[in-house]
Write a protein that binds this ligand. Structure first.
Ligand SMILES: C[C@](O)(CO)[C@H](O)COP(=O)(O)OP(=O)(O)OC[C@H]1O[C@@H](n2ccc(N)nc2=O)[C@H](O)[C@@H]1O
Ligand SMILES: Nc1ncnc2c1ncn2[C@@H]1O[C@H](COP(=O)(O)OP(=O)(O)OP(=O)(O)O)[C@@H](O)[C@H]1O
Length: 274
């Protein structure tokens, strides 16, 4: 059985408080976008080992057991004593991009195992499992526009459709550690709450829908700021860094022609329609 884990972008991201447990409370809107990995599982004839991971496409650092798809499998195996599996993961989503690629793979693995082995686990319970694998992992279970608060795990649906808008996502050859990005931030409550700005037309988002990580990440990696400015220069209606970086997305009007921009050979670039 095969599935296609997609990315999220953050529409606004306010880091409001540092918590006693070291994590941060935040407010953001997650929006799913169809930039996808491919993830396949097959019951393995090799009963000597529980899982075999075959990786294709972009490389990911770490051992197979560090991969979030394997962690998701082992979590479900503990609960449901699953058969051994072959896992095929084709990585197309760049890592360290703020696009939630690893979290999405993990959440889709939970859903895939639930469907393939007919485990009958509810979406709500899958969200509980997902939340143990990563802060924004649970979002990918329902995978629809969502307002998130808490550490990014308390959800409410938002009435927002960007259907028809065109999107360009660029990730320069820069890796931003999520942990370090949080460590460099001074939490504060936003002047314009994300939940309110998101109700206004996209044309009004430019100076009010803010990703707080830009303040700390841009001075360290000016190339990310340059990309955002370039997107506005070429007609984006709204542009922002996603998550803790390093990718930047631009939204363009539904009827417009996307600009052709040379981002250099080291940058990753995705274009699509929402
Ligand atoms: C920045 C976002 O991309 C916004 O969507 C996410 O909150 C990041 O979520 P994520 O990559 O799933 O993060 P995790 O892998 O769970 O956490 C990485 C590290 O980031 C810090 N972290 C993460 C989430 C959060 N609300 N507060 C934090 O302080 C912690 O130091 C943690 O050890
Ligand atoms: N299946 C996976 N795909 C990508 N990365 C994975 C995976 N499993 C584990 N990782 C590890 O997780 C780290 C973060 O990868 P991820 O693709 O989630 O990027 P991110 O952009 O930091 O996501 P986020 O938006 O959640 O901050 C990588 O450095 C990698 O070592």
């Amino acid at each position: 059985m095969i599935t296609f884990p997609n990315i999220k972008i953050n529409l606004g991201l306010s880091i409001t408080e540092k918590r006693p447990d070291g994590y941060h409370n935040l407010e953001t809107v997650f929006y799913p976008v169809a930039l996808e990995d491919a993830l396949e599982i097959r019951t393995s004839p090799d009963t000597d080992r529980k899982f075999t991971l075959y990786q294709h496409g972009m490389e990911i650092a770490g051992k197979p057991e560090d991969n979030l798809v394997v962690k998701a499998y082992l979590l479900m195996d503990k609960e449901f004593h699953l058969p051994p599996v072959e896992i095929h993961l084709y990585k197309h989503i760049p890592s360290g991009a703020g696009l939630g690629g690893g979290s999405s793979d993990a959440a889709f693995m939970l859903k895939l195992l639930n469907d393939h082995y007919q485990l009958g686990v509810s979406e709500e319970q899958l969200e509980v499992y997902a939340a143990t694998l990563g802060a924004d992992c649970a979002f990918f279970i329902k995978n629809r526009p969502t307002f998130a608060e808490g550490i990014g795990n308390i959800f409410s649906p938002v009435e927002l459709s960007l259907s028809g808008y065109q999107i360009m996502i660029i990730k320069p050859d820069v890796f931003v550690s999520t942990r370090e990005a949080f460590a460099n931030i001074r939490p504060h409550h936003p002047e314009y709450p994300v939940k309110e700005v998101i109700r206004r037309p996209v044309t009004e988002w430019k100076d009010t829908l803010i990703n707080d990580f830009e303040t700390s990440v841009f001075p360290q990696h000016p190339i990310i700021r340059d990309i955002k400015e370039e997107l506005y220069h070429h007609g984006a209606i709204y542009a922002s860094m996603s998550g803790s970086g390093s990718s930047v997305f631009g939204l363009f009007a539904p009827e417009s022609t996307l600009p052709e921009i040379d981002w250099g050979t080291d940058a990753f670039c995705f274009t699509g329609t929402l």
